[in-house]
Design a protein around this ligand. Structure first.
Ligand SMILES: Cc1cc2nc3c(=O)[nH]c(=O)nc-3n(C[C@H](O)[C@H](O)[C@H](O)COP(=O)(O)OP(=O)(O)OC[C@H]3O[C@@H](n4cnc5c(N)ncnc54)[C@H](O)[C@@H]3O)c2cc1C
Length: 342
């Protein structure tokens, strides 16, 4: 027969509530919390749930394939151009006009997509650059990336904010796979997240990042870069001092030190044909083995994407909407939908 989702339990204002679903439960809590909620509900890797004393309702590889885009934050260029710093009020005014540095997420002022030697000629880039004026040299960056004082001092501290730009080197379609696991049975505890970056057995991810660094070194020789005297900023990482500065070995070491996520987690409840091969949802976003339960968010992507995940996540939601409208014969009249529910 199989189990069936019947509703949702939640807490609000200090009280617990249970809402019974008339039709289905649709989970959209994102790549970390969707697997957390499934596992708390007994849907996940059997051994892991048993270790925590959770009854296994459905043994599925929930949270076993966390993917992101590993990003190397260790390249910045010093230039002879200094970005004029304006008063904050100006930036706020510009923001409301939809322009200026505050209107650009992460102050990311340029993006480039490239094919590494793995994908050359395919038309499918696996390398992205993001050009970020100034950001790589702030204390905020140190805190956000939890850099040690030593690493911060080695690479970022002496950069002049106004005249430096960083370039983030990003692997698309990355191969490394991490996990999301429960810390405990307590729904208020954050889950355990292990990105497990640069762990793919064939080292493709780190090789692609190294190719990206080399491409940047070539860019540094172009007329555009030379016109502003762009030279590599920052010194040698102490953690990699056993290698010749800027040698291949040095960069591989630096990449392992300074590769962090780019906030694109996905893939923790992957769509696929066969749960025995790790799939958690089918092509209609239904959780295998559980009736009346679907997932509609970035968890369902079966592989790391070639771009940024917001738009594809919205597309999953749109697809979910179409599936439900078709199944329950809703039309586009909002009031009909409301009428059906109340
Ligand atoms: C700092 C940052 C910068 C980013 N920049 C970009 C970018 O520039 N471009 C891009 O394409 N993508 C970007 N992303 C990624 C993008 O935000 C995500 O890929 C996208 O939001 C995923 O959508 P989702 O629906 O899967 O999850 P989410 O958007 O995370 O939605 C999940 C929702 O579920 C809620 N929720 C979670 N747990 C519970 C619970 N237990 N009970 C009730 N509600 C719950 C959350 O509050 C949230 O509202 C960025 C992400 C971050 C963090």
């Amino acid at each position: 027969m199989g189990s069936s989702a019947v509703g949702v339990e939640f807490t609000h204002g200090g009280s617990n509530y249970f809402v019974r679903a008339k039709k289905e439960v649709i989970l959209s809590a994102g790549a970390f919390n969707t697997p957390q909620l499934l596992m708390l509900s007994g849907i996940g890797p059997g051994n892991h749930l048993q270790d925590l004393g959770i009854e296994v309702i459905q043994d599925l590889e929930v949270g076993s394939t966390l993917r992101d885009n590993p990003t190397f934050y260790g390249v910045a260029f010093q230039t002879n151009y200094t970005e004029p710093i304006e008063p904050l009020e100006n930036y706020i005014e510009q923001y409301f006009q939809g322009v200026g540095p505050l209107a650009i997420p992460g102050n990311n002022q340029g993006v480039g997509f490239y094919e590494s030697s793995y994908t050359r000629g395919t038309g499918i880039p696996d390398l992205e650059f993001m050009f970020i004026p100034a950001v790589a040299s702030t204390i905020l960056q140190q805190r956000a990336f939890r850099l040690t004082d030593q690493t911060y001092n080695d690479v970022y501290r002496f950069q002049d904010v106004g005249s430096t730009f960083g370039v983030y080197v990003i692997v698309l379609h990355s191969k490394s796979v991490g996990t999301v696991r429960l810390r405990s049975r307590d729904p208020f505890q954050f889950p355990l997240i292990d990105a497990n970056f640069l762990s793919d057995p064939e080292n493709k991810d780190i090789n692609v990042l190294y190719e990206g660094v080399q491409l940047l070194m070539q860019m540094a020789q172009t007329r555009a870069f030379r016109s502003m005297d762009a030279t590599l900023a920052g010194g040698q990482l102490s953690a990699c001092s056993q290698y010749e500065f800027l040698s291949r070995e040095y960069w591989y070491c630096a990449i392992r030190q300074l590769t962090i996520n780019v906030y694109h987690p996905l893939g923790t409840c992957p769509m696929g044909r066969d749960p025995r091969e790790g799939a958690v949802v089918d092509s209609e976003l239904k959780v295998f083995g559980i009736k009346k339960l679907r997932v509609a968010d970035s968890s369902v992507f079966p592989f790391a994407l070639a771009g940024h995940p917001t738009a594809p996540s919205v597309m999953v939601g749109e697809q979910m909407g179409d599936i439900l409208k078709e199944k329950y014969k809703y039309n586009d009249n909002y009031y009909d939908v409301l009428h059906d529910y109340f």
